[in-house]
Design a protein around this ligand. Sequence first.
Ligand code: KE4
Length: 434
Amino acid sequence: MVAQIPFNTSKSQQIFSQAKNLMPGGVSSPVRAFKSVGGEPIVFDRVEGAYAWDVDGNRYIDYVGTWGPAIVGHAHPEVIEALHKALEKGTSFGAPCVLENQLAEMVIDAVPSIEMVRFVNSGTEACMSVLRLMRAFTGRDKIIKFEGCYHGHADMFLVQAGSGVATLGLPDSPGVPKSTTANTLTAPYNDLAAVQALFDANKDQISGIIIEPVVGNAGCILPKPGFLAGLQSIAKANGALLVFDEVMTGFRLAYGGAQERFGITPDLTCLGKIIGGGLPVGAYGGRREIMEMVAPAGPMYQAGTLSGNPLAMTAGIKTLEILRRDGTYAQLDAATKKLADGMLSIAHEAGHAATGNQIGAMFGMFFTAQQVYSFEDAKTSDLNKFSRFHRGMLEHGVYLAPSQYEAGFTSLAHGDAEIAATLEAVRAVLSQIS
Ligand code: KE4
Protein backbone atom coordinates (compact mmCIF):
# COMPACT_ATOMS: atom_id res chain seq x y z
CA MET A 1 0.00 0.00 0.00
CA VAL A 2 1.71 3.19 -1.10
CA ALA A 3 0.72 6.61 0.12
CA GLN A 4 -1.74 8.34 -2.16
CA ILE A 5 0.46 11.41 -2.24
CA PRO A 6 -0.24 14.04 -3.39
CA PHE A 7 -3.41 13.20 -1.54
CA ASN A 8 -5.93 14.98 -3.72
CA THR A 9 -9.28 15.51 -2.00
CA SER A 10 -10.35 18.65 -3.84
CA LYS A 11 -13.77 17.33 -4.91
CA SER A 12 -14.46 16.12 -1.34
CA GLN A 13 -13.61 19.57 -0.01
CA GLN A 14 -15.82 21.30 -2.56
CA ILE A 15 -18.82 19.05 -1.85
CA PHE A 16 -18.30 19.28 1.92
CA SER A 17 -18.13 23.08 1.90
CA GLN A 18 -21.48 23.13 0.05
CA ALA A 19 -22.84 20.62 2.56
CA LYS A 20 -21.95 22.89 5.49
CA ASN A 21 -24.37 25.50 4.11
CA LEU A 22 -27.15 22.97 3.76
CA MET A 23 -26.88 20.70 6.81
CA PRO A 24 -25.60 21.41 10.35
CA GLY A 25 -21.88 20.69 10.26
CA GLY A 26 -22.32 19.41 6.69
CA VAL A 27 -23.26 15.92 7.86
CA SER A 28 -26.23 13.74 8.71
CA SER A 29 -24.51 12.43 11.85
CA PRO A 30 -21.89 14.34 13.91
CA VAL A 31 -19.05 11.83 14.08
CA ARG A 32 -18.77 11.86 10.26
CA ALA A 33 -17.55 15.48 10.35
CA PHE A 34 -14.01 14.47 11.45
CA LYS A 35 -14.20 17.12 14.22
CA SER A 36 -12.01 15.19 16.62
CA VAL A 37 -9.36 14.17 14.09
CA GLY A 38 -9.22 17.47 12.22
CA GLY A 39 -9.09 18.00 8.49
CA GLU A 40 -12.04 17.68 6.18
CA PRO A 41 -14.06 14.47 5.88
CA ILE A 42 -13.82 12.29 2.81
CA VAL A 43 -16.91 12.31 0.60
CA PHE A 44 -17.68 8.74 -0.47
CA ASP A 45 -18.68 7.92 -4.02
CA ARG A 46 -19.15 4.14 -3.76
CA VAL A 47 -18.30 1.09 -1.66
CA GLU A 48 -17.69 -2.59 -2.47
CA GLY A 49 -16.32 -5.46 -0.40
CA ALA A 50 -13.65 -4.13 1.98
CA TYR A 51 -13.21 -0.93 -0.02
CA ALA A 52 -14.54 2.59 -0.35
CA TRP A 53 -13.83 5.11 -3.12
CA ASP A 54 -14.11 8.85 -2.63
CA VAL A 55 -15.29 11.42 -5.16
CA ASP A 56 -11.66 12.18 -6.10
CA GLY A 57 -11.06 8.54 -7.04
CA ASN A 58 -8.97 7.63 -3.98
CA ARG A 59 -9.48 4.05 -2.75
CA TYR A 60 -9.47 3.05 0.92
CA ILE A 61 -9.57 -0.17 2.87
CA ASP A 62 -12.61 0.60 5.02
CA TYR A 63 -12.69 -0.33 8.74
CA VAL A 64 -15.85 1.66 9.53
CA GLY A 65 -18.14 -0.44 7.36
CA THR A 66 -20.91 2.15 7.61
CA TRP A 67 -20.48 1.85 11.42
CA GLY A 68 -21.06 -1.88 11.54
CA PRO A 69 -23.71 -3.08 9.07
CA ALA A 70 -21.25 -4.04 6.28
CA ILE A 71 -19.95 -7.18 8.04
CA VAL A 72 -20.37 -9.39 4.94
CA GLY A 73 -18.62 -6.74 2.85
CA HIS A 74 -20.09 -3.66 1.24
CA ALA A 75 -22.59 -4.19 -1.62
CA HIS A 76 -22.44 -7.98 -1.30
CA PRO A 77 -23.72 -9.37 -4.64
CA GLU A 78 -26.24 -11.67 -2.94
CA VAL A 79 -27.65 -8.77 -0.90
CA ILE A 80 -27.83 -6.50 -3.94
CA GLU A 81 -29.56 -9.21 -6.00
CA ALA A 82 -32.11 -9.85 -3.24
CA LEU A 83 -32.83 -6.11 -3.02
CA HIS A 84 -33.32 -5.81 -6.79
CA LYS A 85 -35.95 -8.57 -6.60
CA ALA A 86 -37.66 -7.01 -3.55
CA LEU A 87 -37.73 -3.58 -5.20
CA GLU A 88 -39.98 -4.93 -7.97
CA LYS A 89 -42.69 -5.39 -5.31
CA GLY A 90 -42.43 -1.81 -4.06
CA THR A 91 -40.48 0.04 -1.38
CA SER A 92 -42.81 0.09 1.61
CA PHE A 93 -46.11 -1.51 2.63
CA GLY A 94 -47.09 -0.18 6.05
CA ALA A 95 -48.81 -3.51 6.50
CA PRO A 96 -47.81 -6.95 7.76
CA CYS A 97 -45.36 -8.69 5.43
CA VAL A 98 -43.99 -12.24 5.52
CA LEU A 99 -40.43 -10.87 5.36
CA GLU A 100 -40.89 -9.57 8.91
CA ASN A 101 -41.77 -13.10 10.04
CA GLN A 102 -38.66 -14.45 8.31
CA LEU A 103 -36.24 -11.97 9.87
CA ALA A 104 -37.97 -12.25 13.26
CA GLU A 105 -37.57 -16.05 13.18
CA MET A 106 -33.87 -15.72 12.31
CA VAL A 107 -33.27 -13.22 15.14
CA ILE A 108 -35.21 -15.35 17.65
CA ASP A 109 -33.30 -18.49 16.59
CA ALA A 110 -29.94 -16.69 16.83
CA VAL A 111 -30.12 -14.53 19.97
CA PRO A 112 -30.45 -16.50 23.25
CA SER A 113 -32.47 -13.83 25.13
CA ILE A 114 -34.99 -13.13 22.37
CA GLU A 115 -38.30 -15.04 22.44
CA MET A 116 -40.21 -12.20 20.76
CA VAL A 117 -38.96 -9.16 18.81
CA ARG A 118 -40.20 -5.77 17.59
CA PHE A 119 -38.56 -4.08 14.57
CA VAL A 120 -37.90 -0.35 14.55
CA ASN A 121 -35.78 1.89 12.30
CA SER A 122 -32.57 2.57 14.22
CA GLY A 123 -30.54 1.58 17.23
CA THR A 124 -31.67 4.77 18.95
CA GLU A 125 -35.31 3.76 18.52
CA ALA A 126 -34.52 0.27 19.81
CA CYS A 127 -32.83 1.60 22.95
CA MET A 128 -35.40 4.29 23.72
CA SER A 129 -38.21 1.74 23.28
CA VAL A 130 -36.50 -0.83 25.49
CA LEU A 131 -36.07 1.83 28.17
CA ARG A 132 -39.82 2.54 28.13
CA LEU A 133 -40.43 -1.23 28.31
CA MET A 134 -38.07 -1.66 31.29
CA ARG A 135 -39.98 1.04 33.13
CA ALA A 136 -43.40 -0.29 32.08
CA PHE A 137 -42.55 -3.85 33.18
CA THR A 138 -41.01 -2.95 36.56
CA GLY A 139 -43.03 0.16 37.37
CA ARG A 140 -39.73 1.86 38.28
CA ASP A 141 -38.26 5.01 36.67
CA LYS A 142 -34.50 4.89 37.21
CA ILE A 143 -31.93 3.22 34.95
CA ILE A 144 -28.22 2.55 35.19
CA LYS A 145 -25.96 3.14 32.20
CA PHE A 146 -22.16 3.20 32.01
CA GLU A 147 -19.74 6.06 31.35
CA GLY A 148 -18.64 5.98 27.73
CA CYS A 149 -21.47 3.72 26.61
CA TYR A 150 -23.69 5.12 23.87
CA HIS A 151 -27.26 3.96 23.36
CA GLY A 152 -28.34 6.41 20.67
CA HIS A 153 -29.34 10.02 21.01
CA ALA A 154 -32.59 9.79 23.04
CA ASP A 155 -32.58 12.37 25.86
CA MET A 156 -32.32 9.99 28.79
CA PHE A 157 -29.17 8.39 27.45
CA LEU A 158 -27.19 11.59 26.81
CA VAL A 159 -25.43 11.40 30.15
CA GLN A 160 -21.70 10.69 29.97
CA ALA A 161 -22.35 8.95 26.65
CA GLY A 162 -19.71 7.70 24.26
CA SER A 163 -19.33 7.88 20.47
CA GLY A 164 -20.08 11.28 18.98
CA VAL A 165 -21.09 12.72 22.36
CA ALA A 166 -17.68 11.90 23.83
CA THR A 167 -15.95 12.74 20.56
CA LEU A 168 -17.47 16.20 20.56
CA GLY A 169 -17.07 16.56 24.34
CA LEU A 170 -20.82 16.87 24.91
CA PRO A 171 -21.23 14.92 28.16
CA ASP A 172 -24.71 16.40 28.64
CA SER A 173 -26.15 17.83 25.44
CA PRO A 174 -28.05 21.13 25.65
CA GLY A 175 -31.79 20.70 25.18
CA VAL A 176 -31.92 17.71 27.52
CA PRO A 177 -34.00 18.71 30.56
CA LYS A 178 -32.43 17.88 33.91
CA SER A 179 -35.72 16.22 34.82
CA THR A 180 -35.17 13.73 32.02
CA THR A 181 -31.70 12.70 33.06
CA ALA A 182 -32.47 12.80 36.79
CA ASN A 183 -33.49 9.15 36.47
CA THR A 184 -30.33 8.15 34.60
CA LEU A 185 -27.66 6.86 36.99
CA THR A 186 -24.16 6.17 35.72
CA ALA A 187 -21.31 3.94 36.83
CA PRO A 188 -17.80 3.31 35.50
CA TYR A 189 -17.56 0.30 33.15
CA ASN A 190 -16.18 -2.84 34.82
CA ASP A 191 -17.00 -1.48 38.31
CA LEU A 192 -19.44 -3.85 40.07
CA ALA A 193 -19.05 -2.10 43.44
CA ALA A 194 -20.27 1.18 41.92
CA VAL A 195 -23.34 -0.59 40.53
CA GLN A 196 -24.10 -2.24 43.86
CA ALA A 197 -23.78 1.16 45.57
CA LEU A 198 -26.31 2.68 43.16
CA PHE A 199 -28.82 -0.06 43.99
CA ASP A 200 -28.18 0.39 47.72
CA ALA A 201 -28.80 4.13 47.40
CA ASN A 202 -31.87 3.77 45.18
CA LYS A 203 -33.75 0.86 46.74
CA ASP A 204 -36.61 -0.48 44.60
CA GLN A 205 -36.33 2.51 42.22
CA ILE A 206 -34.09 1.11 39.46
CA SER A 207 -35.91 -0.54 36.55
CA GLY A 208 -32.76 -1.98 35.06
CA ILE A 209 -29.20 -1.82 33.78
CA ILE A 210 -28.45 -1.14 30.13
CA ILE A 211 -24.95 -1.91 28.89
CA GLU A 212 -22.86 -2.43 25.80
CA PRO A 213 -21.59 -5.95 26.67
CA VAL A 214 -18.44 -5.00 24.76
CA VAL A 215 -18.02 -1.23 24.53
CA GLY A 216 -17.58 0.14 21.03
CA ASN A 217 -18.32 3.79 21.77
CA ALA A 218 -15.35 4.67 23.92
CA GLY A 219 -12.99 2.76 21.69
CA CYS A 220 -13.17 -1.04 22.06
CA ILE A 221 -13.33 -2.04 25.76
CA LEU A 222 -13.90 -5.61 26.98
CA PRO A 223 -15.79 -6.64 30.12
CA LYS A 224 -13.49 -8.01 32.83
CA PRO A 225 -14.08 -11.69 33.67
CA GLY A 226 -17.14 -11.90 35.94
CA PHE A 227 -18.35 -8.37 35.26
CA LEU A 228 -21.39 -9.26 33.12
CA ALA A 229 -22.31 -12.19 35.38
CA GLY A 230 -21.97 -9.87 38.37
CA LEU A 231 -24.36 -7.38 36.78
CA GLN A 232 -26.86 -10.16 36.13
CA SER A 233 -26.85 -11.26 39.76
CA ILE A 234 -27.08 -7.71 41.14
CA ALA A 235 -30.01 -6.98 38.82
CA LYS A 236 -31.76 -10.21 39.78
CA ALA A 237 -31.21 -9.61 43.51
CA ASN A 238 -32.83 -6.17 43.15
CA GLY A 239 -35.80 -7.10 40.96
CA ALA A 240 -34.29 -5.12 38.06
CA LEU A 241 -33.81 -6.08 34.42
CA LEU A 242 -30.51 -6.59 32.58
CA VAL A 243 -30.48 -5.19 29.04
CA PHE A 244 -27.69 -5.80 26.52
CA ASP A 245 -27.42 -3.08 23.91
CA GLU A 246 -26.10 -5.26 21.08
CA VAL A 247 -26.75 -2.74 18.33
CA MET A 248 -23.03 -2.96 17.57
CA THR A 249 -22.03 -6.39 18.96
CA GLY A 250 -25.10 -8.27 17.74
CA PHE A 251 -24.11 -10.75 14.97
CA ARG A 252 -20.59 -9.22 15.10
CA LEU A 253 -19.00 -11.11 18.01
CA ALA A 254 -20.84 -14.35 17.21
CA TYR A 255 -24.05 -15.27 15.37
CA GLY A 256 -25.76 -14.98 18.77
CA GLY A 257 -23.86 -11.82 19.66
CA ALA A 258 -21.96 -11.04 22.87
CA GLN A 259 -24.54 -12.93 24.93
CA GLU A 260 -23.67 -16.14 23.07
CA ARG A 261 -19.94 -15.39 23.29
CA PHE A 262 -19.98 -14.73 27.05
CA GLY A 263 -22.79 -17.17 27.93
CA ILE A 264 -24.83 -14.49 29.72
CA THR A 265 -28.52 -14.21 28.76
CA PRO A 266 -29.98 -10.77 29.55
CA ASP A 267 -33.70 -10.08 29.97
CA LEU A 268 -33.86 -7.80 26.92
CA THR A 269 -31.62 -7.05 23.94
CA CYS A 270 -31.34 -4.15 21.50
CA LEU A 271 -30.18 -4.76 17.94
CA GLY A 272 -29.50 -2.67 14.85
CA LYS A 273 -26.88 -2.18 12.13
CA ILE A 274 -26.11 -5.74 10.87
CA ILE A 275 -29.74 -6.96 11.02
CA GLY A 276 -30.59 -4.36 8.38
CA GLY A 277 -27.65 -5.22 6.12
CA GLY A 278 -27.06 -1.50 5.58
CA LEU A 279 -30.70 -0.42 5.41
CA PRO A 280 -32.36 1.34 8.36
CA VAL A 281 -33.36 -1.28 10.94
CA GLY A 282 -33.31 -1.57 14.72
CA ALA A 283 -34.98 -4.13 16.94
CA TYR A 284 -35.62 -4.91 20.58
CA GLY A 285 -36.63 -8.23 22.01
CA GLY A 286 -36.48 -10.53 24.99
CA ARG A 287 -38.56 -12.68 27.30
CA ARG A 288 -42.09 -13.22 25.95
CA GLU A 289 -43.75 -12.11 29.23
CA ILE A 290 -41.96 -8.74 28.92
CA MET A 291 -42.43 -8.26 25.17
CA GLU A 292 -46.17 -8.94 25.42
CA MET A 293 -46.44 -5.60 27.19
CA VAL A 294 -45.73 -3.86 23.85
CA ALA A 295 -48.74 -2.43 21.98
CA PRO A 296 -50.98 -3.65 20.56
CA ALA A 297 -50.47 -6.88 22.56
CA GLY A 298 -50.08 -4.82 25.72
CA PRO A 299 -50.30 -1.24 26.96
CA MET A 300 -46.76 0.06 26.29
CA TYR A 301 -46.99 2.20 23.17
CA GLN A 302 -44.33 2.24 20.44
CA ALA A 303 -44.85 2.63 16.70
CA GLY A 304 -43.13 3.48 13.38
CA THR A 305 -44.19 4.20 9.80
CA LEU A 306 -41.33 2.33 8.18
CA SER A 307 -40.76 -0.34 10.82
CA GLY A 308 -40.45 -3.79 9.20
CA ASN A 309 -39.82 -2.19 5.80
CA PRO A 310 -39.63 -4.95 3.14
CA LEU A 311 -36.34 -3.71 1.64
CA ALA A 312 -34.67 -3.51 5.03
CA MET A 313 -36.03 -6.92 6.00
CA THR A 314 -34.70 -8.34 2.71
CA ALA A 315 -31.20 -6.96 3.25
CA GLY A 316 -31.21 -8.20 6.84
CA ILE A 317 -32.40 -11.70 5.93
CA LYS A 318 -29.76 -12.11 3.23
CA THR A 319 -27.00 -10.73 5.47
CA LEU A 320 -27.84 -13.17 8.28
CA GLU A 321 -28.08 -16.03 5.77
CA ILE A 322 -24.51 -15.29 4.71
CA LEU A 323 -23.31 -14.93 8.32
CA ARG A 324 -24.78 -18.23 9.51
CA ARG A 325 -22.76 -20.22 6.96
CA ASP A 326 -19.99 -22.45 8.38
CA GLY A 327 -16.72 -20.81 9.35
CA THR A 328 -17.73 -17.16 9.01
CA TYR A 329 -17.02 -16.17 12.63
CA ALA A 330 -13.78 -18.14 12.82
CA GLN A 331 -12.69 -16.27 9.69
CA LEU A 332 -13.69 -12.89 11.14
CA ASP A 333 -11.98 -13.60 14.47
CA ALA A 334 -8.73 -14.76 12.82
CA ALA A 335 -8.46 -11.82 10.42
CA THR A 336 -9.30 -9.25 13.10
CA LYS A 337 -6.86 -10.77 15.61
CA LYS A 338 -4.09 -10.74 13.00
CA LEU A 339 -4.81 -7.07 12.29
CA ALA A 340 -5.11 -5.96 15.92
CA ASP A 341 -2.04 -7.87 17.11
CA GLY A 342 -0.07 -6.59 14.11
CA MET A 343 -1.03 -2.96 14.75
CA LEU A 344 0.03 -3.21 18.39
CA SER A 345 3.38 -4.86 17.74
CA ILE A 346 4.20 -2.34 15.00
CA ALA A 347 3.28 0.52 17.36
CA HIS A 348 5.55 -0.90 20.10
CA GLU A 349 8.42 -1.50 17.63
CA ALA A 350 8.12 2.17 16.59
CA GLY A 351 8.33 3.21 20.24
CA HIS A 352 4.71 4.27 20.73
CA ALA A 353 2.80 3.64 23.96
CA ALA A 354 -0.23 1.68 22.80
CA THR A 355 -2.70 -0.87 24.10
CA GLY A 356 -5.67 -2.42 22.38
CA ASN A 357 -8.55 -4.87 22.44
CA GLN A 358 -10.06 -7.24 19.90
CA ILE A 359 -12.98 -9.63 19.97
CA GLY A 360 -14.85 -11.11 17.02
CA ALA A 361 -14.89 -8.65 14.13
CA MET A 362 -14.27 -5.63 16.37
CA PHE A 363 -11.00 -4.02 17.49
CA GLY A 364 -9.47 -0.85 18.83
CA MET A 365 -6.08 0.65 19.63
CA PHE A 366 -5.43 3.36 22.23
CA PHE A 367 -2.29 5.50 22.32
CA THR A 368 -1.73 4.99 26.04
CA ALA A 369 0.58 2.76 28.07
CA GLN A 370 -2.22 1.47 30.30
CA GLN A 371 -4.72 -1.28 29.56
CA VAL A 372 -8.15 0.26 28.97
CA TYR A 373 -10.98 -1.12 31.13
CA SER A 374 -13.15 2.02 31.42
CA PHE A 375 -13.90 5.38 29.79
CA GLU A 376 -11.55 7.04 32.30
CA ASP A 377 -8.77 4.74 31.11
CA ALA A 378 -9.63 5.49 27.48
CA LYS A 379 -9.31 9.19 28.15
CA THR A 380 -5.61 8.76 28.95
CA SER A 381 -5.08 8.10 25.24
CA ASP A 382 -3.10 10.69 23.27
CA LEU A 383 -5.90 12.16 21.12
CA ASN A 384 -3.50 14.39 19.25
CA LYS A 385 -1.41 11.40 18.18
CA PHE A 386 -4.57 9.56 17.21
CA SER A 387 -5.52 12.47 14.92
CA ARG A 388 -2.14 12.39 13.18
CA PHE A 389 -2.34 8.60 12.89
CA HIS A 390 -5.83 8.82 11.41
CA ARG A 391 -4.79 11.39 8.79
CA GLY A 392 -1.66 9.47 7.88
CA MET A 393 -3.67 6.27 7.43
CA LEU A 394 -6.10 8.11 5.13
CA GLU A 395 -3.18 9.23 2.99
CA HIS A 396 -2.02 5.60 2.89
CA GLY A 397 -5.44 4.41 1.73
CA VAL A 398 -6.89 3.14 5.00
CA TYR A 399 -10.16 4.55 6.36
CA LEU A 400 -10.40 4.27 10.15
CA ALA A 401 -13.19 5.62 12.36
CA PRO A 402 -12.54 9.37 12.78
CA SER A 403 -12.42 9.24 16.58
CA GLN A 404 -10.42 7.52 19.31
CA TYR A 405 -13.79 6.83 20.93
CA GLU A 406 -14.99 4.47 18.23
CA ALA A 407 -14.22 0.83 17.43
CA GLY A 408 -12.88 -0.62 14.20
CA PHE A 409 -14.90 -3.13 12.22
CA THR A 410 -13.74 -5.87 9.85
CA SER A 411 -15.83 -7.87 7.40
CA LEU A 412 -15.75 -11.17 5.52
CA ALA A 413 -14.25 -9.17 2.66
CA HIS A 414 -11.12 -8.21 4.67
CA GLY A 415 -8.74 -10.92 3.45
CA ASP A 416 -4.99 -11.48 3.86
CA ALA A 417 -4.19 -8.89 1.21
CA GLU A 418 -6.22 -6.17 2.95
CA ILE A 419 -4.76 -6.98 6.37
CA ALA A 420 -1.20 -7.02 5.01
CA ALA A 421 -1.69 -3.73 3.16
CA THR A 422 -3.18 -2.15 6.27
CA LEU A 423 -0.26 -3.24 8.46
CA GLU A 424 2.17 -1.87 5.84
CA ALA A 425 0.35 1.47 6.10
CA VAL A 426 0.44 1.33 9.92
CA ARG A 427 4.20 0.73 9.80
CA ALA A 428 4.74 3.63 7.37
CA VAL A 429 2.62 6.07 9.37
CA LEU A 430 3.82 5.14 12.86
CA SER A 431 7.45 5.41 11.75
CA GLN A 432 6.76 9.00 10.63
CA ILE A 433 4.83 10.37 13.61
CA SER A 434 6.28 10.96 17.07
P1 KE4 B 1 -28.34 4.37 15.61
O1 KE4 B 1 -29.51 5.21 16.11
O2 KE4 B 1 -27.16 5.24 15.22
O3 KE4 B 1 -28.75 3.37 14.53
O4 KE4 B 1 -27.86 3.44 16.84
C1 KE4 B 1 -27.51 4.04 18.06
C2 KE4 B 1 -26.58 3.10 18.81
C3 KE4 B 1 -27.07 2.39 19.88
N1 KE4 B 1 -26.29 1.53 20.56
C4 KE4 B 1 -25.00 1.33 20.21
C5 KE4 B 1 -24.16 0.37 21.00
C6 KE4 B 1 -24.44 2.03 19.11
O5 KE4 B 1 -23.14 1.83 18.77
C7 KE4 B 1 -25.25 2.94 18.39
C8 KE4 B 1 -24.71 3.76 17.23
N2 KE4 B 1 -23.33 3.64 16.96
C9 KE4 B 1 -22.70 4.80 16.39
C10 KE4 B 1 -21.22 4.48 16.20
N3 KE4 B 1 -20.53 4.46 17.41
C11 KE4 B 1 -23.34 5.21 15.11
C12 KE4 B 1 -22.54 6.18 14.26
C13 KE4 B 1 -23.16 7.55 14.28
O6 KE4 B 1 -23.65 7.99 15.34
O7 KE4 B 1 -23.10 8.18 13.21
